[in-house]
Design a protein around this ligand. Sequence first.
Ligand code: PLP
Length: 366
Amino acid sequence: MKRLFLSPPHMSGKEQEYIAEVFESNYIAPLGEFVNRFEDSIKEYTGAKNALALSSATAGLHLALRVLGIGRGDTVLASTFTFIGSVNCILYQGAIPVFIDSDESWNLSPKLLKKAIKELEVKPKALILTHLYGQMAKIEEIVSICKEHNIYLIEDSAESLGASYKGKQSGVFGDFGVYSFNGNKILTTSGGGVLVSPNKEWIEKAKFLSTQAKEPFLHYEHKEYGYNYRMSNVLAAIGVAQMEVLDKRVERKREIFEFYKEELSDIDEISFMPEIENSQGNRWLSTILFKKTDPLKVVEALEEVDAESRPLWKPMHLQELFKDAKSFVDGTSEDYFKRGLCLPSPTSSSNRELMRVVEAIRKVCQ
Ligand SMILES: *Cc1c(COP(=O)(O)O)cnc(C)c1O
């Protein structure tokens, strides 16, 4: 029996051919043609004006804050219902995180966002907004609140490459957007990220900072400090091959979600993550809520049939790390965290294989 992982890498078949080209050219590292091609493919797919390939999405978020001049003592708002990679960058910059809860969309609540802006004594400089599990947040409303209050919007689209709202791709609504190519995302380069922005100068600056902030001289001249955050040409070759099958992966992820939904539709206590009107998520992970069953019981039952599952992200405001941070919450994400579960969503598996997930859940819930 093949183990069913949450979201394992799924190669297109072209990766090794492109990697071979990299080796033939000997542009193994640091840069080369495939880095440009990878960035171009992201721009073409998402409609982003400018793109920068990096070692991770976490690096991309860090660069976004650096470029925006956000530093010590500045306040940065963020979705509380997210993965730690969204918000570590705030700490890297010595800035102060303030967390905002979700609403029924599972994503950031525009209402609580307004409340936070109104009640905070300092003006927040930026908002890091996560499109959770590949589902679009209420982006139109959030963009307009940020514009009204002059708050930079950074979209954490690490999980939502390929998701769209009114036909516009996740990641291109804000001042910056970031996509992840980590091992468990919808596409992977084994590890990597891409930063996008409508602002060319910002991406140029991020590029400069991502390559040790070398001034344009033959010798090594430095006026400020940078990072070693750029993506290698080898990994970019994997990325080019992966981008070629993004549509197929989104299609299969959405089928998996529909399959679970259909097969579990008669169990009243189970509900699925919603999709906001006019949007299409990438359904990176199929996620559900139970009314009465303890999700950990389901995790055990799934382990018995060699299927991986996990609780939803533990909200940031409940983490020990952020025990002193301010938050604007109403219990929504805490409730979802307690009742929720991520199901195996591997695009390389058939519905027949996923049936054992369904059967194991049915056993526990009935
Ligand atoms: C995976 C993830 C990240 C971090 O991406 P890396 O490429 O691993 O740095 C950030 N935010 C969210 C919401 C994620 O799921």
